[in-house]
Design a protein around this ligand. Structure first.
Ligand SMILES: [Zn+2]
Length: 303
């Protein structure tokens, strides 16, 4: 089990610009992460921390989020956590910020950000999650060439091409794999020596859904929705990659999918452990970055 936490700018619940692209604030990091660590009680976990062009532009340096929250960073490292890299590939669009769509521009942005972030003390730039599930063959190749060992941007079974998001992981499964050089979504014999570890997706139906859809396993979701298909998943799979934004456990509002409650997070954690044990399995928690540095990891998951 890999518990992962993306430290992004706080969301604006109810606002048009839900992701708050133009005004990054980080209460989730300052107040959310400490509450999560209190509940984890030393259980290993992984943080993906924002450091990228947008942060540099708005605050003057790539290391802003890390430096601003040094006390939290220290606690993460002290309590069994690790800090990996979370990049959002945004560009200025007039007064706003938006996702870079052009593939070449995207790769250029990634490379420039990588060269800056790899110099930072507290972030492992070789274990990456790209924001908004952005990926293409060119970027996967560039990441490998730069030295990235593990990517965890995949959202299996999902694709979106609309105004808000552009990504395609529709043919990817929940299994970790070495991405094919000609199709990042799957593996084959000619693949990159980089390990793709998808965020686990499971069928869930929220009150506003017409039918169930594949959603990432977010420990901040309401328990009844999160576990709808989970017994089935546990019975048929060997691992789980959860993803939560620390902001989603703060008491910031009500949402029909996200609990906005640390109690919901804690309940989900114990529910998960219980269900795994009931299925006759033993839950083992690891840091996702550990997979990147295991010997011969590239071969372990090849066909
Ligand atoms: Zn993000």
């Amino acid at each position: 089990m890999f518990l992962t936490f993306d430290v992004d700018q706080d969301f604006s619940i109810g606002a048009d610009d839900y992701y708050n692209k133009s005004k990054p604030i980080f209460k989730g990091m300052q107040e959310g992460m400490p509450r999560i660590m209190e509940k984890l009680q030393g259980t290993p976990f992984s943080v993906f921390l924002r450091a990228d062009y947008q942060i540099q532009q708005l605050y003057g340096r790539y290391a802003y989020v890390a430096e601003k929250h040094e006390d939290v960073i220290d606690d993460i490292k002290r309590t069994g956590g690790e800090i990996n890299w979370h990049i959002h590939t945004y560009e200025r669009m007039g007064a706003e910020w938006g996702q870079i769509i052009d593939e070449n521009k995207l790769v250029e942005r990634f490379e420039e950000d990588y060269e800056n972030v790899r110099m930072l003390e507290n972030i492992d730039a070789n274990v990456v999650r790209v924001g908004e599930c952005v990926m293409n063959n060119l970027l996967m190749g560039k990441m490998t060439q730069l030295g990235v060992k593990l990517d965890s941007s995949a959202l299996p079974g999902r694709r979106r091409f609309d105004e808000a998001k552009t990504f395609d992981w529709s043919r990817t499964t929940n299994q970790m794999y070495n991405p094919s050089k000609t199709d990042y979504q799957v593996t084959d014999n000619i693949h990159f020596d980089l390990l793709e570890v998808p965020m686990t997706t499971v069928q869930m139906k929220a009150s506003y859904d017409e039918k169930p859809i594949q959603r990432y396993f977010n420990m901040a979701f309401h328990t009844d929705i999160l576990f709808q298909e989970m017994d089935n998943y546990i019975a048929n799979n060997q691992y789980l990659v959860t993803i939560t934004h620390p902001y989603e456990i703060l008491n910031e509002g009500s949402h029909s999918l996200i609990g906005y409650s640390i109690d919901t997070f804690a309940k989900n954690l114990s529910e998960l452990v219980q269900r795994i044990q009931l299925a006759g399995k033993r839950p083992i928690f690891k840091r996702i970055g550990d997979l990147a540095y295991e010997n011969n990891f590239a071969k372990l998951f090849s066909k």
